[in-house]
Design a protein around this ligand. Structure first.
Ligand SMILES: [Fe+2]
Length: 359
């Protein structure tokens, strides 16, 4: 800790939580995976394998581990049976064991409770803690590379620079792209990741009173990996959505065709977001969790950039093209709060009133 002289002549001790890592110290390498809870595990698994095109790599008692074809790690999604939908945890990989130790020490110095958890299907040990809104987060370094885990002849790619044979199944998603979390205090969550983990903030929506409606953060040049949006229903630890990457905007449009013919209601898109400019399509998997398939958006290369700050009025004026997001985007998250407005879905009925047909 650093002692700072004060005008009164006494020494005040700066709390560790405001000692920010230098911007060129990047202990977090990238987002690794998310655990999704679902009350309908079989139907959810069919959605993620048949429609999104993920591959099952491991199973445990209540969980299935799935990967996109571009993942160098074994998996990017852990699907776990539960009594409600929502986020089990999200996990970020560090650059090395020393980086992991530094971040754990920062958490301890900041007085944030946490605990080590055993390796999980080849990833870990991990240190688990909660962000300021109560979402479970894990950081880890040790991991299993996919080619080291699976020896199957029929999964071997022609080029050794690929990790898995190209299947082209369903939406054929490549990897988990970002996790979008709802929070009562977006600004506190953003500061937590900036101060503790040197994540960069690329865009912010800020009101005149200084409170924030959204913040887009990343540990890489990717425009977003961890996003916070305001929880207007004042829930706690809720998930807004997980997003999976496809290689082109055309692939997003193709995913819309797949979802439409599977009678899966499309909540939003295909269209382009204002922040980061990602091209999106939103549906909900059978358990109720909102899932995005995305592509495009810009990359952030400038090491000394400052976040783009939108006022609430600027954001509401919608400076980009495309449809406006539905009202459910401000209310629906998982788990639900029981409020009436989060069940309003009349603006995105399923085709011809048919129920979804999970593959
Ligand atoms: Fe998103």
């Amino acid at each position: 800790m650093t002692e700072q002289p004060t005008p009164g002549g006494t020494n005040a001790v700066s709390p560790p939580s405001i000692i920010r890592p230098p911007r060129d110290v990047r202990d977090i390498a990238h987002i690794g995976h998310a655990e999704l809870l679902t009350p309908t595990p079989e139907a959810s698994l069919a959605y993620f394998t048949g429609l999104l095109g993920l591959t099952v790599v491991a199973e445990a008692s209540d969980s299935v581990y799935l990967r996109g074809h571009g993942d160098y790690e074994a998996y990017c999604l852990k699907l776990t049976a539960g009594d409600h939908a929502g986020l089990g945890h999200m996990a970020l990989r560090t650059w090395g064991p020393e980086a992991l130790a530094r971040r754990v020490q920062w958490l301890k110095d900041a007085g944030i409770d946490g605990a080590w958890v055993e390796p999980d299907a080849g990833k870990g040990p991990a240190y688990e803690f909660t962000d300021p809104d109560g979402h479970n987060v894990r950081i880890y370094y040790e991991t299993s590379k996919y080619r080291g885990l699976v020896e199957a002849e029929d999964d071997r790619p022609a080029m050794k620079s690929n990790h898995q044979r190209y299947r082209g199944r369903g939406a054929n998603v490549r990897r988990l792209e970002h996790v979008n979390l709802m929070a009562r205090d977006v600004r506190a969550c953003r500061s937590f990741w900036e101060d503790g983990f040197a994540l960069r903030t690329l865009e912010i929506i800020r009101r005149e009173d200084g409170s924030e409606d959204g913040a887009w953060l990343s540990s890489t040049v990717q425009g977003h990996e961890v996003i916070y949006v305001r929880d207007y229903l004042e829930g706690r630890g809720r998930l807004h959505h997980l997003a999976f990457w496809v290689d082109s905007r055309e692939d997003v449009l193709r995913t819309a065709d797949l979802m439409n013919d599977a009678n899966v209601p499309i909540e939003a898109g295909p269209s382009r977001h204002i922040p980061i400019q990602g091209f999106y399509l939103y549906t909900r998997e059978p358990g109720g969790n909102r899932i995005e398939v995305c592509s495009g958006g810009y990359l952030g290369f400038d090491p000394d950039d400052e976040p783009v700050v939108w006022t609430a009025a600027e954001y509401a004026a919608k400076p980009g093209w495309g449809a406006r997001l539905p009202s459910t985007f401000r209310s629906y998250g998982t788990p639900g709060t029981g409020a009436a407005e989060e069940s309003v879905t009349a603006d995105w009925p399923s085709p011809a009133g048919l129920g979804p047909a999970w593959p």
